[in-house]
Design a protein around this ligand. Structure first.
Ligand code: 5GP
Length: 168
């Protein structure tokens, strides 16, 4: 069985504060935190509070279908954020992990065309990532268990789950 990196909610709480501290120490004050749903939503919420940034936007990207199995390319699901929202804005993209980096690259490249400045913050970055994020809490090459996706979805007590999806 492969080695796994296990992030608990408790360690995540400390990680997101440390990541925010790194960003603050670097002097970057984003106008907007752009989260990549769904994993990046947790990171974006924590960073936005810690950095005292009141604007959070969200973009949906679909890529992983199971542990280590992906679509050919990540796709941005509708609705894509309105470019007008971001003109002249300093944007911080927040995600849980840059693995291949394809998801972050997709969103980063989209932002480059539309915003004043864009930087990326992730909890984890893997060495193969084709995007090098400005802010990384920890580097690993293991498959990561995140506290929000390690358990299967809940279902009504006493009833069978609707379908069996493999937990990421
Ligand atoms: P990438 O496009 O960088 O390969 O992957 C980005 C997304 O894939 C992440 O935001 C995350 O949702 C999912 N992902 C990639 N690597 C891992 C991993 O090690 N563990 C989990 N749970 N999800 C991952």
């Amino acid at each position: 069985n492969a080695v796994r990196e296990n992030l608990t909610y408790e360690r995540f709480g400390a990680a997101v504060r440390e990541l925010a501290q790194t960003i603050a120490d670097d002097g970057y004050q984003p106008d907007v935190v752009l989260s990549i749903a769904r994993g990046g939503v947790f990171v974006a919420g924590g960073l936005a509070y810690a950095l005292d940034c009141k604007n959070i936007h969200l973009v949906n990207v679909e890529f992983y279908t199971g542990v280590g199995t992906t679509l050919e390319m990540p796709v941005m699901l509708a609705p894509v954020p309105n470019a007008i929202d971001f003109t002249d804005k300093k944007v911080l993209i927040a995600d849980d992990v840059a693995d291949t980096g394809k998801t972050l690259k997709l969103v980063h490249d989209f932002c480059l065309d539309h915003v004043a400045e864009v930087r990326s913050a992730v909890i984890y970055e893997k060495s193969q990532s084709l995007v090098k994020c400005e802010y990384v809490w920890k580097r690993t090459d293991e498959w990561i268990h995140f506290p929000w996706s390690v358990l299967p979805p809940v279902h009504k007590s006493g009833e069978a789950p609707r379908e069996n999806k493999e937990a990421l």
